[in-house]
Design a protein around this ligand. Structure first.
Ligand code: NAI
Ligand code: HPV
Length: 620
């Protein structure tokens, strides 16, 4: 049996059965059951790490990466460069297996000059691990450890190209960030930093610094993930009314904490205080801008311990000057450190801290240990649950399976980008249609890819084969699977189609909602390329490459030409176009593959065509 066939083998042995997998309670190295001989080889290949250059056999107790040293040769200790302050407890862990050099405050040139002498580099948010750094380290540098959550300072693509594994420490600083959010909230409301500065300057100004109370006020938490939900818990304890906006969070998780999930518009309109906890993604970049500030209550107060880039900082200065926003408390900035003459930082109604969210003794100890262990494990070639750029499957297994793996991820990405509103994702169902023997369909890898597609575009979590089920469980995503037999015994392809269904969820594109009220997308592989074949009730056929515009319109002649012309005029190259309709003369949808993202004006022009009822731009 081929490696890819082995990957699809199943222990279940029953066709057309429905089963819901409960994700494992504890994270463990995955055990993938295989029914046939040859499977073990495939299994060990799947589990070997990204930089794997030596395929290993299942008999080996530990898996290794990129070591050319034979087992009998004495192994030199790896060298680890720690470029930013790391907790002593983590340094102790590192020293047990590595020669450790701490070189804090290096200039970019110093880092470039040094990095080639090390097997691993550990950083926090203050060091830019650029393509140049990764190229300078090529040949020796195998692991970059980010002692914290956000990896926006690491060039992931360059790391992957250099065969360098990037690991992070995503959980140990959650509580610290939440506590800092609460600290800023209270400080801001009571003018603590302004009053402190005044008193130290000899001014006793009790009347000037009358604050506002928190109890009974409405706090909107934007981004109900790890940090946001901890802030919610604490704010409830302060007697605040907590609402939250997170289109991808499960409503029952919010309910359990006593927070109500609402739409973006409702959250910002109702809030007295707004606390930001979403990751910086293309969708959240500058989402707090003139328009959104305009919709807030006059006198709203804003806290940001997420990433500076989610706020248009010039617009915030304008809103502070006009009094629309009464106060802001900021731990993070678009550029760090911000300019010394930054109007925002110097604004009298703004409280600032220099990216201190994760900076508690306890969090730094936790993060340091978490990253030291992750780096140690990665250097030994063990599986890294917190690997950020680990590919799911090594090359030899990918040959036949690659398009299905990509299809599963892209359907997940597509489905999650269609989600809108306040209800959150209640459940995910993946339906595989296959002509293969039921024993030959283990869907673990495909399920992991769907999870990756759903989670990564909207969070700071990175999903790989090791952590997929754990991540889904942690986020409250219940992923049910169904396998449907396809009656085509001669079919060579492992799968006919994959359907991803998000149950009872609101959508940015009503055309993606099926009869049952679910967002439904279906795809299949054609000529080795993943294609989208169904959206909601509509059949389409568009290759899943580049980006996609979905457009719902009244079924009438000339629509393709109109939309095509608008895109052509703006130099947007159309790679694919397909129209699907439920019945003649009623409604149709157009799926248009485009190489580049059309600008706002172009999209508005498409929306202005009278027969167009709705449209959405999706990144694949
Ligand atoms: N200031 C500091 O020192 C620290 C900052 N952070 C930052 O805090 C942020 C949150 O971190 P975690 O909670 O660990 O991440 P997380 O991934 O657990 O949570 C992020 C949440 O935001 C939601 N989200 C995504 N797009 C959204 C949108 N458009 N609108 C509303 N919600 C959206 C996601 O569904 C997810 O639930 C990250 O940006 C992280 O880098 C984290 C730790 C320390
Ligand atoms: O973990 C994160 O995302 C943070 O923002 C913390 O950054 P730091 O490690 O304190 O430089």
């Amino acid at each position: 049996m081929s490696a890819s066939r082995a990957l699809l083998s199943s222990p279940h042995g029953v066709a057309s059965r429905t089963f819901t997998r409960a994700a494992p309670a504890r994270l463990a190295a995955p055990s993938i059951p295989f029914a046939r001989s040859g499977a073990l080889r495939a299994r060990s290949a799947i589990l070997s790490s990204p930089a794997a250059t030596v395929p290993v056999t299942s008999a080996e107790p530990k898996r290794r990466i990129s070591h050319s040293v034979s087992d009998s040769a004495p192994l030199a200790k790896p060298a680890v460069l720690v470029a930013e302050k790391l907790g002593e407890a983590g340094l102790e862990v590192l020293r047990q297996f590595a020669d450790v050099e701490c070189a804090y405050g290096m200039s970019p040139a110093e880092l470039l000059a040094k990095v080639a002498q090390f097997d691993a580099l550990i950083v926090r948010s203050g060091t830019k691990v650029t393509r140049g750094v990764l190229e300078a380290g090529r040949g020796r540098l195998r692991v970059v450890g980010r002692a914290g959550v956000g990896i926006d300072n690491v060039d992931l693509q360059a790391a992957t190209e250099a065969g360098c594994l990037v690991v992070n420490a995503p959980t140990a600083n959650t509580v610290a960030a939440a506590e800092h959010g609460i600290a800023l909230l209270a400080c801001m409301a009571r003018n603590v930093s302004q009053a402190d500065a005044a008193l130290k300057a000899g001014k006793w100004q009790r009347a000037k610094y009358v604050g506002v109370s928190l109890v009974g006020k409405t706090l909107a938490i934007m981004g109900f993930g790890k940090v946001g939900s901890e802030v919610a818990r604490r704010a409830k304890g302060l007697g605040m009314h907590v609402i939250a906006h997170d289109p991808y969070a499960p409503a029952d998780k919010a309910r359990a904490i006593g927070a109500e999930l609402v739409s973006f518009e409702e959250a910002i309109a109702k809030a007295d205080f707004i606390s930001l906890h979403m990751p910086l993604t293309p969708a959240t970049s500058k989402v707090f801008n003139d328009e959104s500030f305009g919709k807030m209550k006059t006198g709203v107060r804003i806290v940001n311990v997420a990433r500076g880039g989610v706020i248009d900082e010039d617009a915030l200065v304008r809103a502070l000057d006009s009094g629309k926003v009464a106060q802001a408390a900021l731990d993070v900035f678009t550029v760090e450190p911000p300019a010394k003459d930054s109007k925002l930082v110097l604004h009298e109604n703004v409280t600032v801290t220099p990216h201190l969210g994760a900076s508690t003794v306890e969090a730094q100890e936790g993060v340091a240990i978490e990253i030291a262990e992750a780096v140690g494990g990665a250097l030994r070639g063990e599986l890294a649950a917190t690997a950020v750029n680990a590919p799911m499957v090594p090359a030899e297994v990918m040959s036949e399976l690659a398009p299905y793996v990509s299809l599963a991820e892209k359907l997940g990405r597509l489905a999650v980008q269609l989600v809108a509103g306040e209800s959150g994702i209640k459940g995910v169902k993946v339906v595989y249609t296959s002509a293969r023997d039921p024993d030959d369909l283990d869907t673990r890898l495909l399920r992991a890819m769907v999870t990756k597609g759903i989670v990564e575009p909207v969070s700071s979590t990175f999903v790989n084969l090791v952590n997929a089920d754990y991540t889904a469980k942690q986020r409250g995503l219940r992923i049910a699977e169904e396998r449907v037999s396809h009656d085509n015994a001669a079919a060579e392809a492992p799968l006919e189609s994959i359907q991803v269904r998000l149950s009872h969820v609101q959508s940015r594109f009503a055309g993606a909602i099926s009869d049952g009220g679910d967002i439904v997308v279906v795809g299949r592989v054609k000529y080795g390329v993943p294609h989208l074949t169904v959206v909601g009730p509509y059949e389409v056929d568009v290759s899943l490459e580049g980006n996609l515009i979905l457009c719902r319109q009244v079924d009438q002649p000339g629509m393709i030409g109109k939309v095509g012309n608008i895109l052509g005029e703006r130099n947007v190259n159309v790679s694919f176009m397909s129209v699907g309709r439920t019945s003649r003369g009623k409604q149709a949808i157009m799926a248009i593959g485009v190489d580049e993202e059309p600008d706002k004006k172009t999209l508005e022009k498409i929306g202005a065509i009278p027969a167009v009822e709705e449209f959405v731009f999706l990144e694949l």
